[in-house]
Design a protein around this ligand. Structure first.
Ligand code: SF4
Length: 423
């Protein structure tokens, strides 16, 4: 008797179907899966082959990723209660994938004053948030001390909130505008209260791709320099990839291998967050600026990204975060069965993906996050930015969080559309 089924013959049929499926998988690909299950690292060449997996091979890849996830981090799925603050969309750069930025003179440009950033952080803290995530455009002639002032002002009001702020691109800009070294600038940020950096502005860490999709953007070498310097100063960071545009399987595999190498050296990455390209409003897609750019990743590509990431990074970066903003809650939920173990954050405000045409709202209430996690048979837990478990939710009847009483589509917190409405 298996699981209450008195005659398991149909299950046995499934098992022989599984055997046939395994037999149909290309032997090199099967060896990579085997190697992963033995606990070994796969190479970037092997990962590139896995990115092309289809049919039975894709099913096997997903199962292996799920098994590795179970062995390494168990059945808990974490999330953080946080608020995004994208304090200005005015930016000197023109990245082809970015629908968020505006020029200095454009009507839709906005800049929030420091007092408003502090107010938003305080409001989030009072509603149970433990983190503010601060990222923005690069305004022309910016006072190089601005990011430091922002951190000091927030920390003065709310000393215990975690500031997850300033991408490697912003750190480089702040250092340049202050005429100081990256190391000294990071030291100033740390002193002012930065707890960790978002590992964004990575996209694909291959300069040939970067030159096409975002000419003038931080180079691969500088991205690595900023991140490894931060790690050396004990400022951890997340790590990311943005895919589904021009890159191929080799680019994705080499990107993962590069992140893995950095992690072996520094140990400073808290998690890996795959971000699929949101194409609707992105200039390089909408205006046809780049030939052959794809309209984001397909569902299969998204699932594969999580699965291959789990195989490549499992021994080094145990936390793989799914982005419900990019993928929508339903696909994000499925990715939990393909290697992911973290559901990201509540966000409260979201501007960057929203500007690009993502439609999944800007707030995910904690109880909704927990419901999606429970639906796939896993246990939700609230975590800190650095993955300390703050609260486990073993039972379904936990008392509601304050944020659970808020309507996700209401405009109580101010929306991106309100910010960009001409005065
Ligand atoms: S991605 Fe960042 S740096 Fe590039 S245009 Fe947008 S806001 Fe500016």
């Amino acid at each position: 008797m298996i699981g209450g089924v008195s005659d398991p013959s149909h299950l046995l049929e499934l098992s022989s179907a599984w055997q046939r499926m395994l037999a149909a998988i290309d032997s090199a690909l099967a060896r990579s899966l085997d190697k992963s299950l033995e606990g070994k690292d796969i190479s970037s060449e092997e990962a590139a082959v896995l990115f092309d997996a289809e049919g039975p091979a894709l099913n096997a890849l997903i199962l292996v990723a799920d098994e590795l996830r179970r062995r390494t981090v168990g059945d808990t799925v974490t999330y953080v209660i946080n608020r995004n603050i994208n304090f200005t969309n005015v930016c000197i750069k023109r990245c082809g994938f970015c629908a968020f930025s505006r020029g200095y003179r454009e009507e839709e440009g906005y800049s929030l004053p420091i007092e408003e950033l502090v107010r938003r952080a305080r409001e989030a803290w009072e509603m149970g948030a433990t983190e503010v995530c601060i990222q923005a455009g690069l305004p022309p002639k910016m006072d190089g001390h601005l990011y430091v002032d922002v951190c000091q002002a927030i920390k003065q009001e709310i000393p215990d909130i975690h500031i997850h702020g300033f991408s490697p691109e912003e750190v480089l800009y702040g250092a340049a505008r202050s005429r100081t070294s990256v190391e000294d600038y990071l030291g100033m940020l740390k002193q002012a209260g930065v707890g960790s950096l978002p590992g964004t502005s990575a996209e694909i860490l291959d300069d040939a791709v970067r030159r096409v999709i975002s000419p003038g953007r931080i180079s691969t070498k500088d991205w690595i320099r900023v991140v490894t310097t931060a790690h050396r100063l004990h400022i951890p960071s997340s790590s990311t990839i943005m895919y589904g545009h021009l890159e191929n399987s080799r680019h994705k595999a080499e990107h993962l291998a590069l992140l893995r190498d950095i992690q072996k050296e520094t140990g400073g990455f808290t998690e890996f967050v795959p971000l699929s390209f949101v194409h609707w409003e992105a200039p390089m897609y909408k205006k046809g600026l780049i030939h052959d750019v794809r309209p984001g990743a397909t569902g299969a590509e998204v699932v594969k990204m999580y699965a291959v990431s789990r195989l490549m990074l499992n021994n080094w970066i145990p936390n793989i975060q799914v982005s419900w903003v990019k993928e929508g809650p339903k696909l994000a939920q499925l990715c939990l069965n393909a290697g992911a173990n973290d559901f990201g954050g509540t966000l409260i405000n979201e501007s960057i993906s929203t500007a690009a045409g993502a439609t999944h709202g800007q707030l995910m209430r904690p109880r909704d996050l927990r419901g999606l996690i429970r639906d796939v048979g896993r246990t939700p837990a609230q975590r800190s930015t650095t993955y300390d478990i703050l609260k486990r939710f073993d039972a379904a009847d936990e008392p509601p969080d304050f944020l659970d009483s808020v309507q996700p589509d209401g405009d109580r917190f101010g929306s991106y559309q309100q910010l960009t409405k001409p005065a």
